[in-house]
Design a protein around this ligand. Structure first.
Ligand code: GLP
Length: 239
């Protein structure tokens, strides 16, 4: 695991964007794995700025990590909607080149279709990740097996609470999701995790310095062959 700590988020984001730019320049049809959440938004904005300046993302293929069960593409808080708004449109990506779970479909069927879609892509070249305050990655909550695959999961109360800020109230947050597994994420060829702010400090320290354990799903990244973690000083405070 390579750790990059900087007091300036803009510089961190520029370095993470450089990795993606290098990938796109070498392999224009590479597979980029997208994380949702507020943390990667500045990274997507930086990629959008590079697209506006002429960098060609049009052949890139996109895979997302997860989706709420019950939220279709037209729901403003669906992850499909997030990917459309922050990645597909600003980067000029062909909507036929994206693989995302369908939150509006029957969940087991949607998970099976998502898994098949990921296999057809041939794996993810570079996976962007965030981390939940409880150490989750994608929607792999504490207790997720390190070799877990794509599946339907129940969200923990703390995750529902953490994500309630995006919904009118906590009661509106879906309690189930379709997610790539920890094992799926470990098979990505390169992983770039971003964590900013003191709310992520404890989970970040457990991910990097703690034992590899299902209790902290992000700790599995210690076993990833090419994982890079970009932290601001607040997120790195307990290292
Ligand atoms: C959600 C997503 C995760 C994301 C996490 C942190 O639970 N499923 O993929 O990493 O939120 O989000 P944020 O970056 O907004 O703190």
């Amino acid at each position: 695991m390579r750790i990059d700590v900087d007091s300036d988020i803009t510089r961190l984001v520029a370095r993470a964007a450089d990795l993606i730019e290098a990938l796109v320049r070498t392999r224009p049809d590479a597979v980029l794995g997208i994380a949702t959440g507020s943390t990667p938004e500045p990274l997507y904005a930086e990629l959008a700025a590079r697209a506006a300046a002429g960098l060609d993302f049009s052949r890139l293929r996109i895979a997302s990590l997860d989706e709420y069960v019950g939220l279709g593409a037209d729901h403003p808080q669906s992850y499909r909607h997030f990917v459309q708004r922050h990645v597909i449109e600003p980067l000029g990506i062909d909507p036929g080149n994206i693989v995302v779970p369908d939150g509006a479909a029957e969940p087991q069927q949607a998970a099976a279709d998502f898994d098949r879609g990921l296999q057809r892509l041939g794996g993810v070249d570079l996976q962007i990740l965030g981390i939940g305050p409880n150490g989750h990655i994608a929607f792999n909550e504490p207790g997720s097996a390190l070799e877990s695959g794509v599946r339907v999961v129940s969200l923990s109360d703390s995750t529902v609470e953490a994500n309630a800020r995006f919904f009118p109230s906590a009661a509106d947050v879906p309690t189930k999701a379709i997610t790539q597994g920890v094992g799926t994420i470990l098979r990505s060829r390169r992983a770039v995790l971003l964590a900013f702010g003191s709310a992520k400090a404890e989970a970040t320290a457990a991910m990097i310095d703690g034992p590899v354990t299902a209790a902290v799903p992000a700790s599995a990244l210690q076993r990833h062959p090419a994982a890079e973690v970009f932290l601001d000083e607040a997120a790195a405070a307990q290292l």
